[in-house]
Design a protein around this ligand. Sequence first.
Ligand code: URP
Ligand code: ZN
Ligand code: ZN
Ligand code: ZN
Length: 463
Amino acid sequence: MARTQITGGFVITAAEEVHADVLIEDSRVVALAAPGTQSWTADRTLDATGKYVIPGGVDAHTHMEMPFGGTFASDTFESGTRAAAWGGTTTIIDFAIQSRGRSLGEGLDAWHAKADGKCAIDYGFHMILSDVNESSLKEMDGLVAQGVTSFKLFTAYPGVFLSDDGQILRAMQKAAGNGGLIMMHAENGLAIDVLVEQALARGETDPRYHGEVRKALLEAEATHRVIKLAQVAGAPVYVVHVSAEEALHEIATARHKGLPVFGETCPQYLFLSTDNLAEPDFEGAKYVCSTPLRPKEHQAALWRGLRTNDLQVVSTDHCPFCFTGQKEMGRGDFSKIPNGLPGVENRMDLLHQAVADGRITRRRWIEIACATPARMFGLYGRKGTIAPGADADVVIYDPSAEQVMSAATHHMAVDYSAYEGKRVTGRVETVLSRGEVVIDRGEFKARAGHGAYLARSTSQYLG
Ligand code: URP
Ligand code: ZN
Ligand code: ZN
Ligand code: ZN
């Protein structure tokens, strides 16, 4: 048995902040104690004096190697989970994809094959449903039993991922029965496609028009619709990548009625805006994602939603495409720019900057980035906290170190940073994943394939 103690640190969980030493045996946390009050024997001591000791981040929304528009997201499970670890994230939940005409099982097998033996940190899967029919609905029960307990559906991307209202309702009814959680990409894709065609016909081809056609009102409309469908089905619903104040308003209104409606936002909506999409010389393409970046005024509403718990989770929607050769596919036609931004390495630091700026408290940082995503997706207890019995996924975090985000120094396999030149206070020092040191003061130490697949229970957040 290997024993590790972390001494002298300031332990922060969603529930409390306390100066404590932490004892780890093999892969689990076994004890916390007031500093210096225990005479534990340990094989290894990590000194965390002056540092935070926090649970490893849980990023519940990533797309490693995702196929999109004839290309693939540039991070593999290997490079993407390594970058996650560098940024203090020790769990990702990625999206396996059902192709049209294929079963859920085939999609899930394909994603297992991509990830198996490659990951530096632990990983689970949600399932994207792009073909809701009698047989895929039946398969949902089996997936829940296998630990794939959440399903993403789309009101966007007609012909690729879009499900109609009847299909969405049926999937929600299924989830109401088997405990699965339906995650919705809420934008009116049919209306957006009309506006795309009209914009291109007017010669409006630059990246900024991506933001103009994917209107906030069309995010709000779809958000309203999926909330009503969930209410009819008697199912909870989790709205992913909320970017528009109007959509947040729909979620808040439903929550104030006591409905089980949940919302996620992402760092790009909190820190970036349509100003980035409007950058000249096609640079705006770096910021093309869906839902799109919004005018700056929306940011204050999202921060408020995070404080009032109308939004519960911040995930990255990490879906990187290189500027050279990938984003460039959309020169002369913004609708051909692959959708997605890199960020899996940046999330914990950006949210710590929000703590430094006084936007959220330290405990809320851990709640929205670690504890609630773990609870929402059936991992809590093992992930998302530091407590006896939990997996020893622990980050020693230096809250006063300064860093400048840059593609020159990041570890994501993408040729630009969405936060190039951004100065932030706070930096990951040491990262443990199930008791193994994966990052140690600027060195990557994990063995290939250390990361294990996580079969998840149903959501622990719905009660
Ligand atoms: O632009 C984005 N968000 N790309 C990833 C796919 C999705 O819809 O989440
Ligand atoms: Zn989406
Ligand atoms: Zn509220
Ligand atoms: Zn996504």
